[in-house]
Ligand binder design. Structure first.
Ligand code: PEP
Ligand code: MN
Length: 267
């Protein structure tokens, strides 16, 4: 079972979005060389303003095939139970026992849908793990509630994890570094303690720029995160989404150096 070794930090790295089979192949090659085992590459992209929505269902087979044939664990955000079913269909067809990581993103706060995702995945292949990010606004109760809704849907707690991606700042927020989202490290540690599931940290969506990703990573080291979810792109300047914050492979190597004392990359 992935994420069960409490003595290690777990790394999920890769592009914000899957853009093409070629982009994924190149990224996998770069990340494998750094011993990364879990590749993120989102198929569905929720956008603040209308734009490119991701490859969607057309990318399911690409993500599964490319990652699995290289011995990597594929990871993507899903927004609803239809997406969960599309991944289940792909996994059942391509490799029913494969380990796969899915997550519910920060913007997706429909409780009925969270419960439905929990239900659909509970009935799907047995090695699909589900992570959920905190919601956009700061509220401990709501964050806890997401877990409760997913578990209420029947999803097993042993396969559930969560991720801190910060909270949206407002005009009263003290934000000297111009972070994209403000972390509440203490709150995430309370959630970890209360839920008893692995807690990841996302320095990319908190930081919002390569310098701030490094800053967030450094600050996070004072807390007991079980792992990190980081955006890395072979050519960030050409990325179709979140191009300002995705790390180049060199910048990602720097990230690895920052966490180096603590991390042994492992699924
Ligand atoms: C992402 O991880 O690419 C993403 C959309 O993040 P969030 O849900 O934290 O905004
Ligand atoms: Mn992103």
């Amino acid at each position: 079972m992935i994420f069960s070794d409490k003595t290690k930090k777990h790394l999920i790295a890769g592009p914000c979005a899957l853009e093409s089979r070629e982009q994924l192949k190149v990224t996998i090659k770069l990340l494998k060389a750094l011993d990364i085992k879990i590749i993120r590459s989102c198929l569905w992209k929720p956008r603040t303003r209308p734009g490119w929505d991701g490859m969607g269902v057309d990318g399911v087979d690409i993500l599964l095939e490319e990652a699995l044939q290289e011995g990597m664990i594929p990871a993507t955000e899903i927004l609803n139970s239809e997406h969960a079913l599309a991944v289940i269909e792909g996994v059942s067809k391509i490799s029913p026992d494969a380990t796969v990581v899915l997550w519910i993103g920060a913007r997706n706060q429909t409780h009925f849908e969270q419960r439905k995702i929990g239900k659909v995945l509970a009935e799907g292949p047995r090695n699909i793990h589900l992570m959920f990010k905190n919601q956009m606004w700061e509220d401990l109760n709501h964050w806890m509630g997401i877990a409760e809704h997913i578990l209420e849907g029947g999803f097993p707690k042993e396969r559930l994890s969560t991720c801190h991606r910060g909270f949206v700042p407002n005009k009263y927020t003290n934000n000297p570094h111009k972070l994209r989202n403000i972390p509440d490290f203490e709150m995430s540690m309370i959630v970890k303690e209360k839920l008893g599931i692995p807690m990841f940290f996302d320095p990319s969506h908190t930081g919002g720029s390569p310098d701030n990703v490094a800053l967030m990573t450094e600050q996070s080291l004072a807390y007991e995160y079980d792992g990190y979810l980081v955006e890395v792109h072979p050519y960030p300047e050409k990325a179709l989404t979140d191009s300002k914050q995705q790390l180049t492979i060199n910048q990602f190597e720097n990230f690895l150096k920052i966490i180096g004392k603590l991390i042994e990359a492992t699924p």
